[in-house]
Design a protein around this ligand. Structure first.
Ligand SMILES: [Zn+2]
Ligand SMILES: [Zn+2]
Length: 134
């Protein structure tokens, strides 16, 4: 991991933490919108930290990138739901993996069902960070 010196990163991190801090049970449309913002800010922070490539130590693939959550979905069954939402969606709970390595972690064959992050979205985020360089 590289040392992060990007003022945009700091700004997004601050916003992300504020949103996470205010997380509620997702029952209304408005709260769904907040969750969307949490996920968008997390994705930006994760992609930047990962240098827009797979974070597996033996890999630097830049295509077919996916987002893996370290706290798995089955945690929901025994956790307070708000706590679960906050923990699962916190940016440091997520890592960028290429599809091959993500499938490997979940012990499933490499397959196209594994949702990849939209290429145009990744490029837009990359561009956004370029503007934040100092
Ligand atoms: Zn996963
Ligand atoms: Zn990989």
């Amino acid at each position: 991991m590289t040392i992060i010196k990007n003022c945009l990163f700091e700004k997004i991190l601050k916003r992300h933490k504020q949103l996470i801090g205010g997380v509620k049970d997702i029952t209304t449309q408005k709260e769904m919108g907040v969750l969307g913002k949490i996920q968008t800010t997390a994705l930006k922070l994760c992609l930047f930290t990962a240098d827009f490539k797979c974070e597996h130590k033996d890999c630097d693939v830049k295509k077919d990138l996916t987002l893996h959550h370290l706290i798995l979905r089955n945690t929901k069954e025994f956790m307070d739901f708000k706590r679960y939402l906050a923990a699962r969606n916190y940016w440091n709970n997520q890592i960028i993996l290429c599809r091959k390595h993500h499938c490997k972690i979940h012990r499933v064959p490499d397959n196209k069902l594994m949702l990849t992050i939209d290429k145009a979205k990744i490029n837009a985020i990359k561009k956004e960070f370029k503007g934040g360089e100092k």
